[in-house]
Structures are given as structure tokens and as C-alpha cells.
Design a protein around this ligand. Structure first.
Ligand code: PMP
Ligand code: GLN
Length: 403
């Protein structure tokens, strides 16, 4: 006991101090405060399938409502294994290669905490999803940032090759990519796979938007790439595909050895994920092709509705190849940066969006990009479009701008 230190207040650990409150929390709070239409944080304003919600309610009433096996209940692990076969032709063993977690977020954390040693390097492709840098920091590792090349956010092959060092333990690949909606080509993934193979590094694939790939293209999971079969942990979530983001049911799929590492840390983080929700999600994942087709069609229409409208208003629009986010380029508008633009938009126009610079560690790189989510009812999107169009047509975009 150090008697002299008893009055000191504990405070946030050094590794986390640079991060602050997430931009999703900040923008949703601002949106609620000013009564804006919230196209910032990516969650639907409609409910997920009734039969899935009913299955969860039934499971809760039937019980048991006690701890389940740490790795996840067998029916959900089997449904995930079947899904990997059905959509990607990849055979995985439900008992030794699938782990259920509290959302994709916990799976990413469990993978990093289970595999990475202090001092290791983890490569993050930018834009990079908000939880990767703090998670890498909490694991005691060093993030190595490699920016994708705009405007298409292509892979900078030479820079990536140079970023791999003997200390590289892992690379995180978010595909389709939040926020810009890029979908990596199979060739790009194979290139990364080869670098990982040469460096004995692993990949963590964050594939939560796997069922939202547009224009007739299809998703390639890392486990389809031979170089990754025994060196990738593929992570997904039921949040987006079943419009139930609040349930936080996710999972990681990997060869047995990597799965052991994920399970090792997962058992000490949450131990297990709510069992009734797992039961319902086992049914959800096994729904027929018509569900998945209708889901993609619905979002294809929403993407078109928002992107066309923004284009008609005169914005330079980045149509996503995947995900449910569309972005605009604000470099021609007289705002200090994307955060100033988004604060103004929420407070004065009544539409909340996400300043994309928060997805880069050098925020300058993304300061001209603003992201809107379109996982909303058409009626909500139309109301937001009306507000934006009225504002844009009055020319207030320029004259109202803080200078
Ligand atoms: N990764 C990405 C790229 C995301 O956009 C999100 C948000 N759903 C997550 C992970 C977190 O997923 P979950 O809510 O299942 O933890
Ligand atoms: N994935 C969501 C988005 O990108 C945010 C989820 C969260 O708030 N952590 O908008």
C-alpha cells in the first residue's frame, strides 16, 4: 500500500487517452439534442424480421436463461458453418473453428488480445474503423497505418509491402469497407495473403457488410483465398444483415489453432453471449435465399434513392460498392472541415452525418468526406433529402458556413 497516493483519482490509462468519445456517440447525441434526422451512426430505424424477434422472445420465455457454453451454442455455430459452405463454398468445423462473441466488436478485440504480444505491429488500412486503433493500443501493440489510395481507395501495393516488418503480427482488413464502401478485389486480397504468408502474419477480416455488395458483384471472404485458410480470422455479425444492431451477436471463424487463441481471450472477456439471442440468430442465418435477395434489393433501392438525390443537388457522391454508407466530397464548400460541416448540418439543416476524418489517424486525409447512412425507412430518407435539397437550393451551403 502506498499511503501517500491515497488521494489520487484513478484516470483513463495512457494508451486510451488519445481516443476520447466515439464520433458515433457524439453525432447521435448531437442529433437527438437538436432533433435532426439521424443519418450518422449506422443503425436502422426499422425492426429486424418478426420471426427472429419472436424466436428470441420464445427462447427467453421457455428458458433456460443461464450461461451457455463459452464458444457459443451448437445450433448457431452449425448455422455459421453451413453459411460458410452455402455462400462461399468453404468447409469449416462448427466445433473447433467457430466462436460466438458479443458482436463483431468483441470478436475483433478477442482476436487481438488473444494473439498479439506487446511490441508487435498491427497493420491498419485507412480509412480504418474506429475501434481498431484503440483495440490495438489496449493489446499493447503498435498500429502501422497504410492509407488506401483515393479516389478508388485502391491498395498501395508498394507501401503495403514496405509496412510488413519482422514485427508484423497482423493486418486488419475491413471488407466491404466502412466508411467509403470499397470492396476489395480478389487480386488485392490474394496480394495481402501472399505478404502475410511471407511474413508469418495473420489477417483479421472484418466482414460485417458481407451481404451488402452491389452491382451484381459478390463478396469474397478471406477464407476463400488459399493463403489465408490457416492464417485468417474472419469476423462477422448478425447486426447489419438482420437489422438488429442492439443484439450484438457476432462470431469469428478460423482454423483450430487461431480459434483456440480467440476462445482463450473471449472466455475471460464476456465468457459467453446471451443464449436466447443466439438461438434466434441460428434461425435467422439459416433463412432461405429469398431473405438475402430481398435484403440486398431493398438496400440497392435505398442506395439509389440517397445517392441520386445527393447527385441531383450537385454534390460529388461516392456510390458505395458495398455497405450501407454513401459519402460526399465537401472540398468545394466553404467549411473549415468535415466536423464543422456535420455540426452545421445537424444544427441548422436538421440532418446528422458522420465526419469521415475520424477514420484516419492523420485526420487531414479525410477532412473532405462526409458519410451518410441509408439504413433508414424510405420515408426518413425522403425527409432528409427534402431538408438537404432545400438548404442546397437556397445557396446556404456557402453563405451560412462558418469561416
Ligand atoms: N466493424 C465494422 C466495420 C462496423 O461498421 C461495425 C458496426 N456494426 C462493427 C464492426 C461492429 O459490429 P457489432 O455491432 O456486431 O459489434
Ligand atoms: N458501425 C456503426 C457505424 O459505422 C457504429 C457502431 C457504433 O456506434 N459502435 O456507424
Amino acid at each position: 500500500m502506498n499511503w501517500n497516493r491515497k488521494d489520487e483519482q484513478p484516470s483513463v490509462r495512457e494508451a486510451l487517452k488519445p481516443f476520447g468519445t466515439t464520433i458515433f456517440t457524439e453525432m447521435t447525441a448531437l442529433s437527438n439534442r437538436v432533433g435532426a434526422i439521424n443519418l450518422s451512426q449506422g443503425f436502422p430505424d426499422f425492426e429486424g424480421p418478426e420471426e427472429v424477434r419472436q424466436a428470441a422472445a420464445d427462447a427467453i420465455m421457455r428458458g433456460p436463461n443461464q450461461y451457455c457454453p463459452s464458444m457459443g451454442i451448437a445450433p448457431l455455430r452449425e448455422a455459421v458453418a453451413e453459411k460458410m459452405k452455402r455462400f462461399y463454398g468453404v468447409s469449416v468445423d462448427a466445433d473447433s473453428e467457430v466462436t460466438v462473441t458479443a458482436g463483431a466488436s468483441e470478436a475483433i478485440g478477442a482476436a487481438l488480445l488473444g494473439l498479439v504480444e506487446p511490441g508487435d505491429e498491427v497493420i491498419l488500412l485507412e480509412p480504418t474503423y474506429d475501434l481498431y486503433p484503440p483495440m490495438v493500443a489496449m493489446a499493447g501493440a503498435t498500429p502501422v497505418y497504410v492509407p488506401l489510395q483515393p479516389p478508388g481507395f485502391t491498395l498501395p501495393r508498394e507501401a503495403l509491402q514496405k509496412a510488413f516488418t519482422p514485427r508484423t503480427k497482423a493486418i486488419i482488413i475491413n471488407n466491404p469497407l466502412n466508411p467509403t464502401g470499397k470492396v476489395f478485389t480478389e487480386e488485392e486480397l490474394a496480394f495481402i495473403g501472399e505478404l502475410c504468408r511471407q511474413s508469418h502474419a495473420i489477417a483479421i477480416g472484418d466482414e460485417v457488410y458481407e451481404h451488402l455488395v452491389y452491382d451484381g458483384k459478390s463478396h469474397t471472404t478471406l477464407l476463400q483465398i488459399p493463403a489465408f485458410r490457416n492464417r485468417a480470422i474472419v469476423i462477422s455479425s448478425t447486426a447489419k444483415t438482420f437489422s438488429l444492431t442492439g443484439w450484438k451477436v457476432g462470431y469469428g471463424v478460423a482454423c483450430q489453432k487461431l480459434t483456440e487463441a480467440v476462445r482463450m481471450s473471449h472466455q475471460f472477456i464476456t465468457f459467453c453471449t446471451p443464449s436466447a439471442l443466439q438461438e434466434a440468430m441460428a434461425q435467422a442465418i439459416s433463412m432461405d435465399d429469398a431473405y438475402y435477395q430481398e435484403f440486398l434489393e431493398r438496400y440497392t433501392k435505398k442506395r439509389h434513392l440517397l445517392c441520386r438525390a445527393l447527385e441531383k443537388m450537385g454534390f460529388d457522391v461516392l456510390w458505395p460498392e458495398g455497405t450501407y454508407y454513401a459519402s460526399i466530397d465537401i472540398s468545394d464548400l466553404e467549411f473549415e472541415d468535415d466536423l464543422a460541416f456535420c455540426r452545421h448540418l445537424a444544427a441548422e439543416v436538421g440532418v446528422a452525418a458522420i465526419p469521415a476524418s475520424f477514420f484516419w489517424h492523420q485526420r487531414r486525409a479525410g477532412r473532405n468526406i462526409v458519410r451518410f447512412c441509408f439504413c433508414k425507412r424510405d420515408e426518413t430518407l425522403n425527409r432528409a433529402i427534402e431538408r438537404l435539397a432545400r438548404w442546397k437550393s437556397r445557396g446556404l451551403v456557402q453563405s451560412d458556413a462558418p469561416r
